[in-house]
Design a protein around this ligand. Structure first.
Ligand code: PMM
Length: 277
């Protein structure tokens, strides 16, 4: 059977994330949500304490630590494979000490290069996402005018990050790359990247993709008056992308609704098992 992607379930311990902000912003609610995602079949729980929605302002380090560390401690103790969604070395270090086995850095080490030192020293897995600027000004950086457009730019910028990550002493086989859908990218940029993931895979590292409920899907499904489909009503489109991305051979899918993602993967697995019969 072809390898199926890992399913990374999102636990945002934030008051302001675009898709689920404020729903799991206490330790109890976040832990309960994490347990529910595990029951639905999540392979990894991605726990974050900083919203990266367009325009978001950053929490204080102490605030971010207080949000994620207790949640990671409990869920890791319950046996979950935990990823910490952070751009800060201090948070990454505390998260790994609390039991996280993956650092998911949406800035790929650009926001705080010390993150790479923590990853190298601890030997955890590292997700490096394509990123250009913090969320309060990332829309100013959504321009890709060079030859090859957004795909070539994201490929080249990820290649440069990969070089810096390896130079910091992180083992190549610990690194996963991510196109960073919606980060300094408009809807057309996201679709181009989804069409050409093979060009990013050519960098030689596995890919994680986070398309779940993002605004480009809201725009795709917009009402006749142009109003974006609300966040909570983008699940079917997200699931359709699950199928496409699994068939494209990605390493992992970062999703909010683990159950529908897992259902879609089960359909693919059943078809795969029937191959040759
Ligand atoms: N997207 C968000 C947050 N973290 N991490 C990775 N690796 N890839 C993503 O696409 C990504 C991410 C924003 O979505 P959310 O607010 O629902 O968490």
């Amino acid at each position: 059977m072809t390898r199926q992607p890992l399913v990374m379930g999102v636990v945002n311990v934030t008051p302001d994330s675009f898709s689920d902000g404020g729903r799991y912003d206490t330790v109890e609610a976040a832990v309960a949500h994490g347990r529910a995602l595990l029951a639905d079949g999540a392979d990894i729980l991605d726990i974050g304490g900083e919203s990266t929605r367009p325009g978001a302002t950053r929490p204080l380090v102490a605030e971010e630590l207080a949000r994620v560390v207790p949640v990671i401690t409990e869920l890791a103790a319950a046996g979950a494979v935990v990823s910490v969604d952070t751009m800060r070395a201090e948070v990454a270090e505390a998260a790994v000490t609390a039991g996280a086995g993956i650092v998911n850095d949406v800035s790929g080490g650009l926001a705080d290069p010390e993150v790479l030192r923590v990853v190298a020293a601890t030997g955890v897995r590292y997700v490096a996402m394509h990123w250009r600027a913090h969320s309060d000004r990332m829309t100013d950086f959504a321009t890709y005018d060079g030859p090859g457009g957004v795909v070539a730019a994201v490929r080249d910028e990820l290649a440069a990050r990969l070089e810096a990550i390896l130079a910091a002493g992180v083992a190549a086989d610990r690194v996963v790359l991510d196109p960073g859908l919606g980060f300094a990218k408009g809807a057309a940029h996201n679709w181009s990247l989804l069409r050409h993931l093979d060009e990013l895979a050519a960098l030689g590292r596995p890919l994680l993709v986070g398309a779940s409920r993002k605004s480009f899907l809201g725009r795709l499904l917009a009402a006749p008056d142009g109003a974006e489909r609300p966040v909570g009503e983008r699940e079917h489109a997200t699931t359709a992308l699950t199928v496409v991305l699994a068939q494209a051979g990605v390493w992992g899918l970062r999703v909010h609704d683990v159950r529908s993602c897992r259902d879609a993967l089960k359909v693919l697995a059943a078809l795969d098992e029937g191959n040759g019969s």
